[in-house]
Design a binder for this molecule. Structure first.
Ligand code: ZN
Length: 160
C-alpha cells in the first residue's frame, strides 16, 4: 500500500474514538495516529517491493517497538490532561496496521532480524492500492470537513 492509505485508513477506522474539537476529531491526535500509520515507510523509505523486503521497519519487532513508542509520544504531544493512553493505543494500532496491510500487499520481512523470510504475498493488485488511496482521501474529507459542516448547518437551521 502507499503512504496515503497507511496514514488515512487508520484515521477513518478510529476517528470516532479520537478526542474531539467541536464536531471534528482533534487535530494533534489525528496527526499522531496518521503519523504512526506512515512511520514504517518514513523510517525505511522505498519505492519498490524488493526494497521493502529488506526494510527492518516492516518487521514484528519494529511494530512492537513503534507500538511502545506511541504512548510516550502521545503523552508528550497531547499533554498529561488529554486522553493520551487511548490515543497512544490508537497510534500503536496504526503502526501495526501498516505492517498488516503491507503483509497482504506484497509481503514483509516479518521476523527480521531472526529471519529474512518474506511473509505474505500480493493479495491486492496495484490498481486497488490507487483506488484505496482515493477512497481514503475522500473518506477523510467527509469525516473532517464535509460532515462537520453539514452538522453545523443543520444546527444553525434548527428551530430554537
Ligand atoms: Zn510500508
Amino acid at each position: 500500500m502507499t503512504p496515503v492509505t497507511h496514514g488515512l485508513l487508520p484515521l477513518l477506522l478510529v476517528h470516532r474514538h479520537l478526542p474531539r474539537t467541536g464536531d471534528r476529531p482533534a487535530g494533534r491526535a489525528s496527526w499522531l495516529v496518521a503519523g504512526f500509520g506512515v512511520l514504517p515507510d518514513i523510517l525505511c523509505p522505498h519505492i519498490d517491493i524488493a526494497a521493502r523486503h529488506a526494510a527492518w521497519s516492516h518487521s514484528l519487532l519494529a511494530g512492537l517497538g513503534l507500538g511502545l513508542l506511541a504512548w510516550p509520544t502521545a503523552r508528550w504531544t497531547l499533554g498529561a490532561d488529554a486522553p493520551w493512553r487511548r490515543v497512544g493505543a490508537l497510534a500503536a494500532l496504526a503502526a501495526g496496521s501498516h505492517i498488516a496491510l503491507d503483509l497482504i500487499a506484497g509481503g514483509v520481512p516479518l521476523f527480521l532480524p531472526v529471519s529474512s523470510r518474506i511473509v505474505g504475498a500480493h493479495y491486492l493488485p496495484l490498481w486497488l492500492w490507487l483506488v484505496s488511496d482515493a477512497a481514503c482521501v475522500l473518506g477523510v474529507y467527509l469525516v473532517y470537513r464535509a460532515l462537520p459542516r453539514l452538522r453545523s448547518a443543520r444546527r444553525s437551521r434548527a428551530p430554537r
